[in-house]
Ligand binder design. Structure first.
Ligand SMILES: Nc1ncnc2c1ncn2[C@@H]1O[C@H](COP(=O)(O)OP(=O)(O)OP(=O)(O)O)[C@@H](O)[C@H]1O
Ligand SMILES: [Mg+2]
Length: 261
């Protein structure tokens, strides 16, 4: 049996009496395009932070490629290939598009001053390629703060890719994007190399269903269902947690969370 790239086993995170993430077990195979959906407050961003190591689990284990990383720090996990975009921007606002991507590449490969000139050129070429991939080639010298909201999200994807992740976690990358921007984002993510495993949190179900080969529905910190996009669309449980159809789906019952302790 192949080892999943990411394996969560009985993962919980409590904040006082609140079980923000509650006994989540989930295996994500290498190369997956996995979406994580659920209402506001379902625990999606918290679960991402438990995977990156930004937050510690209250219980359970996180394994990357069969190695238990539960006790590893966030920088250690980043070096092992976990990269994420955050729900709230983590760009350097006064730095240009190019500098933002270059800084991320340097965190991975070391400062260019420590590299041979040939390597420095290669690193710069790679940065420009990434910027072009996300459609920002005309904005290379623009400070991040001067980009539109959608462009900032595109830049965040380039920054995450500069870390050469094996596991890329995207938290609401299409939030606030125009339809044209989110279509561009979908095309970019569809073109990611097959060896980059993608887990995406997204409220825009058009984006989710365009990308995902598997979907997990999180509700009140717990996994309601993991299945193929068709299974998730058809599920009574999901229909019960969502009200409405299509991209305007709303969630019910967000206050009925289980209390612990
Ligand atoms: N540091 C914290 N301290 C206390 N409670 C927290 C903390 N972080 C998250 N929570 C709570 O945990 C629950 C899950 O939050 P989380 O941000 O993970 O949800 P989400 O699914 O990402 O929601 P959204 O779709 O709105 O982004 C919420 O009730 C939130 O208020
Ligand atoms: Mg969130």
């Amino acid at each position: 049996m192949t080892v999943p790239l990411l394996s969560l086993s009985g993962v919980s995170r409590h904040f006082g009496a609140l079980a923000a993430v509650d006994d989540v077990s989930l295996d994500i195979p290498a190369g997956a395009r996995h979406a994580l959906i659920g209402p506001n407050g379902a625990g999606k961003s918290t679960l991402f932070r438990l995977v990156t190591g930004a937050e510690r689990v209250s219980a359970g284990t996180v394994a990357l490629d069969g190695r238990d990383v539960t006790r590893r720090s966030e920088p250690q996990r980043a070096r092992m290939g976990i990269s994420q975009t955050r729900q709230h921007s983590s760009l350097f606002p006064t730095r240009t598009v190019e500098q933002n991507v270059l800084l991320a590449a340097q965190r991975r490969h070391g400062s260019p001053r420590s590299l041979l000139p040939r390597r420095q050129r290669a690193a710069r070429d790679r940065v420009r390629e990434l910027v072009a991939d996300v459609g920002l080639e005309a904005r290379l010298d623009t400070p991040a703060a001067a980009l539109s909201h959608g462009e900032q999200r595109q830049l965040e994807v380039a920054v995450a890719l500069a870390c050469e992740p094996r596991l890329l976690l995207l938290d609401e990358p299409a939030a606030g994007m125009s339809p044209a921007e989110s279509a561009r984002l979908v095309a970019l993510l569809q073109a990611l190399p097959a060896d980059v495993t993608l887990v995406i949190v997204e409220h825009d179900l058009d984006v989710v269903f365009a990308l995902a080969d598997a979907v997990t529905v999180l509700h009140l910190g717990r996994v309601l269902l993991t299945g193929s996009p068709d299974e998730v669309r058809a599920s009574d449980a999901v229909q019960g947690a969502y009200l409405g159809t299509g991209r305007e789906a709303l969630f019910l019952d967000t206050d009925a969370r289980t209390e612990v302790g």
